[in-house]
Design a protein around this ligand. Sequence first.
Ligand code: B12
Length: 293
Amino acid sequence: MMVRTHTPSLSPAEGRTVMRVLLVNPDYEIERYMGRHFGRMGWVMPPMGLLYLAAQLEAEGIEVAVYDAQVDERSLDDALTEFEPAIVGITCATALVASTLAAARIAKERFPGVTVVVGGVHPTVRPDDLLTGDHVDIAVRGEGLLTLVEIARVVDTGRSDDLETIKGISYRQDNEATIRFSRRLPLDQVRFALATPFPGTRLWEIAKNEGSVEIDDWMQLSSMGGYRSDELFYVPVGRDSDELKRLQRRANFSFYFRPRIMAGFIRRIRSMDEFGEYARGAWGLLKATVAPY
Ligand code: B12
């Protein structure tokens, strides 16, 4: 079943094309679990979460189609080709993680520029499970009605930085986005700590499984990696230590060496001694941040 709605463009006067969202109920392989006839008879139900989302999107003037892999005669690929969505939203319960990721891969292969959003029970409690690969862009945690509309607005304007303003979502951010974010916050000081796997945390388990942690001195876990020691305690698979140190230095430089921050430091100076302290601190920071990495 592919339920398709038709609504007028949000702003036809501006000549914009209508934002289209394809909502996907991924394959549950119900026949494998329940047998061909009984499975189809008793267990295929309308995907209520997606239908609520569809109603909300439609009310906002966004064109929606719902593709239900349980009952649709066509492949997801065909549905994508026909509908050409800007966003593919997939609902995901725990048992459906694999088929959600498979659907996300199909969507990205068909339209590499499409934004893939997942929501539902599993992304709500474990969003990172869906975000580790390259095919899911955003995981929505909890109720998705207003959140998906907000995401659609951001995708429509193309200003992906604005995702930072949306509450209740997880998404992969590049390091540049983190640096820009720090500069936008009304902060006087910031510490760009590199990820440190402390015992008892999930990152610790990940690092152990990767074989990346060798402890001979617990002091190594100071979370001051990059600031003080030459060798980083933890370098995630796929990154390298020089790259991380370079990023950390650039983050510090671009945060601190701004007129607002500098003026703040100068305003706080009360004596010649303090002036000396701040001057030495600034010099140290400058040397550290422009070191040739
Ligand atoms: C009704 C129901 C069913 C029905 C219908 C399910 C359906 N397709 O709609 C039937 C009987 C078919 C069913 C089957 C199963 N269910 Co059931 N089901 C429920 C129940 C009671 C309500 C679901 C519901 O309709 N909620 C109302 C809607 C509006 O909410 P929603 O779906 O969560 O969607 C909202 C948000 O999650 C989010 N959202 C959801 N999807 C998306 C997608 C995007 C892109 C975005 C942005 C947001 C978003 O926004 C929505 C609107 O706010 C829940 C318990 C519960 N209280 O939620 C269990 C529940 C979801 N089911 C569960 C289970 C285990 C199953 C089965 C695996 C059982 C089985 N062994 O076969 C199957 C899986 C079927 C499947 N395809 O996933 C578990 C899931 C646990 C987990 N971690 O995955 C739950 C949580 C019950 C429980 N506590 O054990 N289920």
